[in-house]
Design a protein around this ligand. Structure first.
Ligand code: BG6
Length: 518
């Protein structure tokens, strides 16, 4: 039976001037947010819903209900939503539009493990479905600590809230935030628990990087242009660098981060997903499961780093004190809530190989860290040097090879570097870049969560992580986690505001490469 996300959907195709658009419209629905008084809801979820409403993309028939343990009235919840909007939007006007938006928010007080609460929630949803004519379609958004997931899946299942198409209900979908497990065994267990109540086609596992416009554009760049795909392979690509560097520290997230570390926080999900999108084969069709099949094939083709090879293929670091953007920053161990002898890594870098015909022997270097020199996420595809340079005595290795940089954030864009001749009688060459900048062409890209909300409401799972992908990614992390657990040396210290521990350079130097620290 075809999965829902691959079944033909009512898509609208338009051509406006030079734009070709395919749009999948979200269905009317109610959104239940578990953890509605949390940080994510305040910083991302409420503002994203508001932007969607403002741009006319949110279905007209829509409501959101926050569920939480703290007793709150609908009005106090609306005041919280308003406060979050005011925080993120300077230009917010207190007008009828805003008031109408807020009036579609409700609150339900309940303990996450209380079965009766879920029965009461079910009847509240039924009446809200009628009020807002949402056809019984519901999204359940889990923005709660993972330790509560199991209880919530179970209670939702017991209260028949996972059921679809019966008793006046439409579809029922579950959005699960990361972290999705903390290793292969716990991820498998978590999947087993969800799957006993929800089917895979109902489960939307979030990796918010996939909601970023610049990440989605990697597929358009590769598969809607003729010039990149023929050279997107080992014959022309020398190596690929994927960086997700942050200048911020761990802020108030010590409780989570001490347990997670950068490998779990950034590599198992975001960085491996970026690698998949860069390395995958063109899918047979632009539908969720064909795209997700190709990504899983990449994960299967990644040469696992063996336990004994971890020290030479993976580097971990932890930030010490330093200067970040001209300001003093404390070291990780001095952050509130962090153990003074913590061995948690705040930086990791690794070298991976994708063992298939397209990529065999092309190193993929991945790195991510907190408190680094600057905030930059990018995919840099470094091409090979020309085979023979006619401009003697300059050698092909003297000049810079072409590099295509896909800037995920900030300064979202794409640049291609190439050699040019300087004007004048001498033959002087230097490297220049052709640059595309999103903001100057299209304005500021929308927040990733906006797109993810819409896709879930439209039943499109393309930008969400499928179960096999979660497991394959954890399997690749397992030997590294195991080795680090037993290695008493712990992470190397790096100065806050630097590009990470010096010996991370060695990963690349061994193959004659170096990081693009720009
Ligand atoms: C989250 C991590 O998934 O991604 C955070 O838990 C990290 O530690 C964040 O800061 C980075 O996201 P973005 O969108 O700012 O690159």
């Amino acid at each position: 039976m075809p999965l829902q996300s691959d079944s033909p959907r009512a898509t609208i195709q338009t051509k406006i001037q030079e734009q070709f658009c395919i749009e999948t419209r979200p269905d009317p629905c109610g959104l239940v947010i578990f953890g509605a008084s949390g940080d994510l809801a305040e910083r991302k979820l409420f503002p994203s819903l508001f932007h969607l409403r403002r741009s006319g993309l949110l279905p007209k028939q829509f409501y959101a209900i926050g569920m939480g343990r703290t007793p709150l009235s609908d009005d106090s919840f609306r005041a919280k939503v308003l406060a979050s909007l005011k925080k993120s939007m300077k230009d917010l006007e207190d007008d009828s539009f805003l008031r109408e938006f807020l009036s579609s928010f409700y609150y339900f007080t309940g303990q996450y493990d209380d079965s009766f609460a879920y029965q009461a929630l079910a009847s509240r949803l039924k009446s809200l479905d009628e009020t807002h004519q949402t056809r019984g379609n519901r999204v359940f958004y889990l923005s709660i600590p993972p330790s509560l997931y199991r209880t919530v899946f179970q209670r939702l299942g017991e209260a028949h809230l996972a059921q679809e198409g019966v008793d006046g209900r439409g579809w029922s979908r579950l959005i699960v935030e990361k972290p999705f497990g903390r290793d292969l065994a716990s991820a498998r267990e978590l999947n087993k628990q969800i799957r006993s109540h929800f089917k895979e086609r109902q489960i939307y596992r979030i990796d918010h990087y996939l909601g970023k416009e610049t990440v989605q554009n990697v597929m358009v760049l590769r598969f809607a242009n003729i010039m990149f795909e023929p050279i997107w392979n080992r014959n022309f690509v020398d190596h690929v660098e994927i960086t997700a560097a942050e200048d911020i520290g761990i802020g108030h997230r010590a409780g989570y981060f001490e347990e997670a570390g950068t490998l779990r926080d950034m590599f198992q999900n975001h960085l491996l997903q970026l690698l998949c999108i860069t390395a995958m084969e063109p899918p047979g069709a632009f539908v969720a499961n064909r795209v997700r099949d190709e990504k899983s094939k990449v994960l299967r083709a990644i040469r696992p780093i063996r336990y004994e090879d971890v020290p030479k293929s993976v580097i971990r670091g932890q930030y010490g004190p330093g200067l970040v953007n001209g300001k003093n920053a404390r070291g990780y161990r001095d952050e509130p809530g962090v153990s003074p002898d913590s061995l948690t890594e705040t930086f990791a870098a690794m070298r991976l190989f994708v063992d298939n015909w397209r990529w065999r022997d092309v190193p993929f270097y991945l790195r991510s860290g907190k408190r680094m020199a600057k905030r930059v996420s990018e995919i840099a595809v470094h091409f090979k040097a020309v085979p023979h340079l006619i401009f003697e005595p300059i050698r092909s290795t003297d000049i810079l090879a072409n590099t295509l940089v896909l800037r995920i954030q900030p300064e979202e864009g794409i640049s291609l570097s190439f050699e040019t001749k300087h004007p004048g009688p001498k033959l002087c060459m230097s490297c220049v870049t052709m640059d595309f900048n999103y903001e100057s062409s299209f304005g500021e890209p929308p927040e990733a969560y906006e797109r993810l909300f819409l896709d879930c409401m439209a039943g499109d799972q393309m930008l969400f992580i499928r179960e096999d992908s979660v497991n394959l990614s954890w399997a690749l992390m397992e030997p590294i986690l195991a080795r680090w657990k037993e290695d008493p040396a712990g992470p190397a210290l790096y100065e806050a505001g630097s590009w990470g521990p010096e010996h991370a350079d060695g990963l690349l130097a061994e193959f004659g490469h170096c990081w693009r620290n720009v």
